[in-house]
Design a protein around this ligand. Structure first.
Ligand code: C2E
Ligand code: MG
Ligand code: MG
Length: 695
């Protein structure tokens, strides 16, 4: 027996389960080694006590309640609770109880106590982790639903696994409905410009295993068909082992900013007034077209158009009418070219038409001709019937230039030649034209030298009174004695001087020289006559103009009555009120004023009355055909009649023949000037003439 009890005890002590045996009253009669370790109580400490004394205070009440209800139903107790040792340390346990029963009465209880601290710790860790995960998920969920960007996630197969609130709004799918759907069903995107399905960014992110941006110009089609421009990016999601598990697409509506950007681009590329492409867009299109034409071995035509009489109309009728005319011109150009041609406004009254694909050079000329026909019809603006003609320069790629810039430049040069060729015509670019452009630049630089080296001289052309036959005045005409080129006439250099601004100092020189000369003649006792000096627009507009004349008259001592200024209609019409006050000041000084080339401009007669002028010079183009052309004859007669009514002296320019003279005489024209009487004479020749006159 002893051995069997000993071996039984050894078995029990070796058990990892703690064992507690009580008598019928619940007092401890036995504990094994494991129980002593778990409870922290040695056998003598435990002996006679109840097992419940070791229960952790927080668990005690619950366990005792369980114990009683188990006892009541005679069921074994199975529970988990903490033991608290004397030193404060805690052990989690699972406890089973069994009644020691001999069939008639209870003798006590056996408790088995398993130390589950380790398992509990893991459980708690898991719980805490779960809690944390939940919180994290919740945080992510709230974040994802409160951001403005739409977020959509897919699995590896490209099926939707998540859609946030913004995503629901933008796709028109609820998160629940979207779940499991193929991405392209929920996230239906197309290329805004081609309307073709757009490259799916999620597929690329999965495939390339990296974050990818979306193709530009992407449009999302909502479930109900509504379209919005979007911008987005997609990124792969990885599993812990680094394998791709799915993708996340983040996108947002950029309709507004894209519309704004489109508007900005349109503004930057179009002319505000006419809505046509502007120079920047044309240059871009021309370069593109040249690139394409190389591939199609086609030619590209460029028409550089300048309106002929726009400036006059604008000056005479005002900017509002001018603007409307430009719009009307733009509309007509667009109406008369093909829809594939690009019409552009370069600025001012210059337009350019790009003909993207022409078979042969001549095609561009045909377009130019048809435009000229189209412009035979006047533009109806504000009750005015306005006629505008076109000077057109044509250049063709690849013959006339190897890139956009040179093709443009050469069309411009050709246009300049069309202008010089008498306007209302078109010119193809020719290589010699560039030689002429080089020539112009050379002239410009020698003009500066001419001023300092005193290479200019003056000629005087007599003006004859038709009634008396006497010389009553002379027009001062500038000449240039260039050391290499010889004697140059104004047509060869005045327009260039006007363009580069040199006309101001040159004109000043002419005025001083003319006044000095007349004063010299007067001093010499010769029969000097009043002289007429031509004034260019730039001189007239120059701030110091009036002061300059005053100073010259003072310094030369010339009687202002000997000076007449010739101004063209267009100069006066540019700024009528300034012109009136300037002319009034000049008249006050005693300087006479003439309108040169009268009849060629667009002057309004009501304005003409406001200008304090003394002379009208009938342009030579009318005088030229006075005998053969009824229209010209009528115009000349009208001008003579008008001059008489307004008490102005009328002088006919460019009189060459007896017939012309006879006509003018018979219609009582006051004066005449022209080769019929005399060419313009050098100072020496003219001095001799007035000497003779004196005699
Ligand atoms: P304009 O003021 O109309 O001058 C008359 C032009 O007609 C002069 O040419 C003159 O020589 C020419 N002419 C005179 N009689 C006849 C004729 O019977 N038949 C023909 N076919 N022509 C005749 P020019 O000297 O070559 O001057 C041309 C233009 O240059 C002038 O036209 C004037 O606008 C401008 N100009 C001349 N001198 C000056 C100047 O000192 N300053 C400015 N700003 N312009 C000037
Ligand atoms: Mg003149
Ligand atoms: Mg003239």
């Amino acid at each position: 027996m002893l051995t069997s009890e000993l071996s039984f005890r050894a078995v029990i002590d070796a058990s990892p389960l703690g064992i507690f045996v009580s008598d019928a009253e619940g007092g401890c009669i036995y504990t094994n080694a494991a129980y002593q370790r778990i409870s922290g109580l040695c056998f003598t400490q435990a002996l006679g006590t109840r097992w419940s004394i070791a229960i952790h205070p927080e668990d005690r009440q619950r366990v005792i309640t369980d114990w009683h209800s188990a006892a009541h139903s005679e069921a074994p107790l199975r529970t988990e609770f903490r033991f608290q040792r004397k030193d404060g340390s805690v052990v989690w346990t699972r406890v089973n109880s069994a009644v020691i029963n001999d069939g008639t009465s209870r003798h006590g209880h056996v408790l088995t106590v398993e130390d589950i601290s380790e398992r509990k710790a893991t459980e708690f860790e898991l719980l805490a982790a779960e809690e944390e995960l939940f919180e994290e998920k919740e945080r992510a969920q709230v974040t994802l639903n409160s951001i403005g960007d739409a977020v959509l996630a897919t699995d590896l197969l490209g099926n939707v696994t998540y859609l946030n609130l913004a995503g629901e709004v933008m796709t028109g799918w609820s998160g629940e409905e979207a779940l499991g759907q193929p991405l392209t069903t929920v996230f239906n995107i197309i290329d805004g410009s081609t309307r073709q399905p757009a490259d799916n960014p999620a597929r690329r992110a999965l495939y390339e295993d990296q974050t990818v941006g979306l193709a530009a110009n992407c449009v999302l089609i909502r479930r109900d068909g509504f379209e919005s421009a979007i911008e987005d990016s997609a990124a792969p999601i990885h599993k812990r082992d680094g394998q791709v598990a799915g993708a996340v697409i983040v996108f947002h509506d950029v309709s507004q900013s894209r519309a704004m950007a489109a508007k900005m681009t349109h503004l930057a590329q179009h002319d505000f007034l006419t809505g046509l492409s502007n120079r920047a867009l044309l240059t871009e299109r021309l370069s593109q077209t040249i690139g394409l034409s190389n591939r199609h071995s086609k030619q590209v035509g460029l028409l550089f158009i300048d309106l002929d009489n726009f400036k006059h109309i604008n000056d005479a009728l005002g900017h509002t009418v001018g603007d409307q005319l430009l719009k009307s011109v733009a509309a007509r150009l667009v109406a008369y070219v093909r829809s594939t041609d690009v019409v552009c406004r370069q600025g001012g009254d210059e337009f350019v038409i790009l003909l993207p694909e022409i078979e042969k050079n001549q095609d561009a000329g045909l377009v130019a001709e048809s435009l000229q026909v189209a412009f035979d019809t006047p533009h109806l603006i504000d009750g005015h019937e306005l006629y505008v003609t076109l000077s057109i320069g044509i250049s063709v790629y690849p013959d006339d230039g190897c890139d956009a810039e040179s093709v443009m430049q050469n069309a411009d040069t050709a246009m300049f030649h069309a202008k010089k060729n008498g306007r209302n015509n078109y010119q193809y670019f020719q290589a010699e034209m560039n030689i002429q452009a080089v020539h112009r630049r050379a002239i410009e630089s020698s003009l500066r030298r001419a001023l300092t080296e005193n290479e200019f001289l003056l000629h005087f052309q007599p003006q004859i009174n038709l009634a008396s036959g006497a010389m009553v005045g002379a027009e001062v005409l500038i000449r240039w004695q260039d050391p290499e080129l010889g004697l140059l006439y104004p047509d060869q250099f005045v327009p260039i001087a006007e363009e580069c601004g040199l006309i101001v100092p040159i004109g000043n020189w002419v005025l001083r020289e003319a006044c000095q000369q007349v004063q010299e003649w007067l001093n010499a006792g010769l029969c000097a006559v009043p002289v007429a000096v031509n004034i260019s627009a730039a001189e007239f507009r120059n701030k110091g103009f009036l002061a300059g004349i005053t100073r010259i008259l003072q310094e030369t001592g010339l009687d202002p009555g000997y000076l007449e200024l010739e101004l063209t209609e267009s100069i006066l019409m540019q700024d009528v009120s300034t012109a009136v006050s300037l002319l009034e000041a000049l008249k006050e000084m005693g300087v006479r004023l003439a309108i040169d080339d009268f009849g060629t401009g667009y002057s309004s007669l009501s304005y003409l009355k406001r200008f304090p002028i003394s002379t009208l010079k009938i342009d030579q183009s009318f005088v030229h055909d006075i005998v053969t052309d009824m229209d010209d004859a009528t115009i000349v007669m009208a001008v003579i009649g008008m001059g008489r009514n307004l008490k102005l002296r009328v002088i006919a320019e460019g009189v060459e023949t007896d017939e012309q003279l006879a006509f003018l005489r018979s219609h009582q024209c006051d004066e005449a000037q022209g080769f019929h009487f005399s060419q313009a004479l050098s100072v020496t020749e003219f001095s001799r003439l007035i000497q003779t006159d004196k005699r």
